[in-house]
Ligand binder design. Structure first.
Ligand code: 4AD
Ligand code: MG
Length: 464
C-alpha cells in the first residue's frame, strides 16, 4: 500500500512509533561512516529537521553519494524513538528516492554561516536557510493574524487600487504608470506630454497609500482596513526603507484621535502576542541566532502601557537631552530616527505615541487643532525601529479641508470625489498605516528591512 506523505512538523509532534511513514524535503546535512549515516531533512513546515538513520550497506553506494546538502528526496521508513541527542524521533529508512541533486561544488548554500549581504544576492535560494525559513513563516503568521484581528472586530477588508491618479501623502514620491513611449511621447500645444493619449487618459502612478479610498469605505461600512502593496520612489537607502512595501491601513468612522491611539496600541500588542504564541519555535531560533534580547523585548512591549505625548512636549525632552544629535532639534522640525529612538530607547524605555505635530510637516487631510498650528497626527515609535505607525484623525469639516488644500496648492478639482465625503454625511473619523515590514523587523529581530520581505525593491535593485 502506498503511504501518504506526512509533513515534518506533524511527524515531530506525533508519537506513532513503529508506524510506516514517508517524508519529502531537502537535505540539510549528511554525516556518518561506512556502516551508518544520518541525514537531516527539512521540508519547510517547521524550523526543525527530521533525522533519517541509514543502514549504509543496505543502500546503493552511488545513491548515497548523491545525497548532499540541498538535494531533494523522499524517504520512507519506520518512525522510531531516537536514542541520539538533539531529537526524540527519527526515521529508520527503508527506501530513498532522490529527486534532484545539488552539486556540492557549486551549490551556494553548501556551507553554513553566510552573511546577510551575501544571502541577499541569492534571494532566490535564501528561503532554504533556517533564518529565512523562520522569517517567512512568521511573515505568513502575522499576515494571517492581521486579517483575523480585524475580522474578529467586525472590520471589512477593502481592496484599494494599486494604480491611482492621486498622491495621497502629497510627497510627490511616485512611480509613474504609463504606456506612452518614453523616447517620443505625444506632446500638446504647449510642448508638454499629452497624457490624454495615455492608457488612462490622465497621468497615473503606483499608490503611495490606500488611505483616501479607505476613508470612502469607512464612511459607509464603519470600520475598514486595507492590506496591500505600497510604492514610494524616495531615494532613501536605509535599513528601514523599501520602494515597495506592504501597509495595513485601518480607517474607522466615529473614532477620534484617542480611539485611534487605543486601536493602534491594542493592534500592535495583539500581533506581538500572536507571534509569541503561534511562532514559538521560529522566534526561539531567532532569539538564539540573531538577537538574544528578542523574546524579552517582545514580551515587554506586549505588556507595557505605551507613553502618550505631544510633539511639543517631545521637543522639550529632546532639547534637554544629554546627547548630541546629528540633526538639531527645535519646534517645527520633522523628527529624525535618532530623535525618535532617543525618546523610546533612552528616555522612556517603552513605545511612545507622539501626537499633535506641526501642520507644516504633515499631510493635508489631518484634523486641524484650534491652535491653528498643529494637527491631530499620531506616530507610534518603537524601540530599534523608530516610526512603525503613522496616522491621524481626519479633517471632516469641508471648509477647513478646502482651505488646507488651497494653502498647500493641491489639485482641488482632482480631489472632488474625496471632498464629496465631507459634502454628504461627513463624520469624525480616524485611521493609521502600519508598515508591515517595520513590524516584521520588530518581531523577528532582523536588522535590515531587505531581509524581512522575500524580494526587496530598493534604489538600483530589482533583480529577482
Ligand atoms: O506615515 P506614512 O507615510 O502614513 C501614510 O501613508 C498614511 N496614509 C497612513 C494612514 O493614516 N492611513 O506611512 C505609514 C507607515 C509608516 O509609519 C512606516 O511604518 C511605513 O508605513 N512606511 C514604510 N515602510 C517601509 N519603507 C518605506 N519607504 C516606508 N514609508 C512608510
Ligand atoms: Mg509617517
Amino acid at each position: 500500500m502506498d503511504i501518504k506523505r506526512t509533513s515534518i512538523k506533524d511527524l515531530l509532534q506525533s508519537n506513532d512509533f513503529d508506524k510506516s511513514v514517508l517524508i519529502k524535503g531537502w537535505v540539510r546535512t549528511k554525516r556518518g561512516n561506512k556502516n551508518i549515516a544520518f541525514i537531516a531533512v527539512n521540508d519547510g513546515s517547521t524550523i526543525h529537521n527530521i533525522q533519517a538513520v541509514i543502514d549504509v550497506p543496505a543502500f546503493e553506494e552511488d545513491l548515497l553519494k548523491k545525497i548532499t546538502t540541498g538535494a531533494s528526496l523522499e524517504i520512507s521508513g519506520t518512525l522510531v524513538q531516537s536514542s541520539g541527542q538533539g531529537q526524540s524521533i527519527e526515521i529508520q529508512a527503508d527506501n530513498i528516492v532522490l529527486y534532484g541533486e545539488a552539486d556540492p561544488d557549486t551549490y551556494p548554500l553548501q556551507k553554513k554561516g553566510h552573511s546577510m549581504e551575501f544571502l541577499r544576492e541569492i534571494a532566490h535560494l535564501r528561503f532554504r536557510t533556517n533564518t529565512f525559513g523562520a522569517v517567512f513563516r512568521i511573515r505568513h503568521a502575522l499576515s494571517f493574524a492581521i486579517h483575523k484581528y480585524f475580522n474578529d472586530k467586525g472590520f471589512f477588508n477593502i481592496h484599494s487600487p494599486i494604480i491611482t491618479s492621486s498622491d495621497a501623502e502629497g510627497a510627490g514620491e511616485m512611480f509613474r504608470v504609463t504606456t506612452l513611449d518614453p523616447a517620443k511621447p505625444p506632446l500638446n500645444d504647449k510642448k508638454e506630454v499629452d497624457f490624454s493619449q495615455d492608457f488612462f487618459a490622465r497621468p497615473t502612478n503606483l499608490t503611495v497609500s490606500g488611505q483616501l479610498e479607505a476613508e470612502l469605505g469607512a464612511l459607509a461600512l464603519g470600520g475598514v482596513y486595507t492590506f496591500g502593496p505600497t510604492f514610494r520612489a524616495e531615494n532613501s537607502n536605509t535599513p528601514r526603507h523599501l520602494a515597495e512595501f506592504w501597509m495595513i491601513e485601518p480607517e474607522v468612522a466615529f473614532n477620534d484621535i484617542n480611539d485611534n491611539m487605543d486601536l493602534a496600541e491594542e493592534f500592535l500588542k495583539y500581533l506581538i502576542k500572536y507571534a509569541l504564541d503561534n511562532c514559538k519555535d521560529d522566534i526561539e531560533f531567532l532569539n538564539n541566532m540573531v538577537d538574544k534580547e528578542l523574546i524579552n523585548r517582545l514580551k515587554s512591549v506586549a505588556e507595557v502601557d505605551f507613553v502618550r505625548l505631544s510633539y511639543t512636549d517631545a521637543i522639550k525632552v529632546l532639547e534637554k537631552a544629554d546627547q548630541k544629535f546629528e540633526f538639531p532639534v527645535s519646534w517645527g522640525v520633522d523628527l529624525q530616527s535618532e530623535h525618535e529612538r532617543y525618546l523610546v530607547e533612552k528616555h522612556y524605555k517603552k513605545p511612545v505615541i507622539l501626537s499633535d505635530y506641526p501642520k507644516e510637516i504633515k499631510a493635508f487631510y489631518m484634523k486641524q487643532n484650534d491652535d491653528g498650528k498643529t494637527v491631530r497626527a499620531m506616530d507610534v515609535l518603537f524601540p530599534r525601529i523608530g516610526e512603525i505607525i503613522g496616522g491621524s484623525q481626519r479633517e471632516e469639516v469641508m471648509e477647513k479641508l478646502l482651505t488646507r488644500i488651497r494653502e498647500m496648492n493641491l489639485p482641488e478639482e482632482e480631489l472632488w470625489w474625496f471632498l464629496d465625503t465631507r459634502r454628504y454625511g461627513t463624520v469624525v473619523h480616524s485611521g493609521f498605516g502600519l508598515g508591515f515590514e517595520r513590524l516584521m523587523l520588530f518581531v523577528t529581530g532582523m536588522t535590515n528591512i531587505r531581509d524581512v520581505i522575500p524580494f526587496p525593491r530598493t534604489p538600483r535593485n530589482a533583480e529577482f
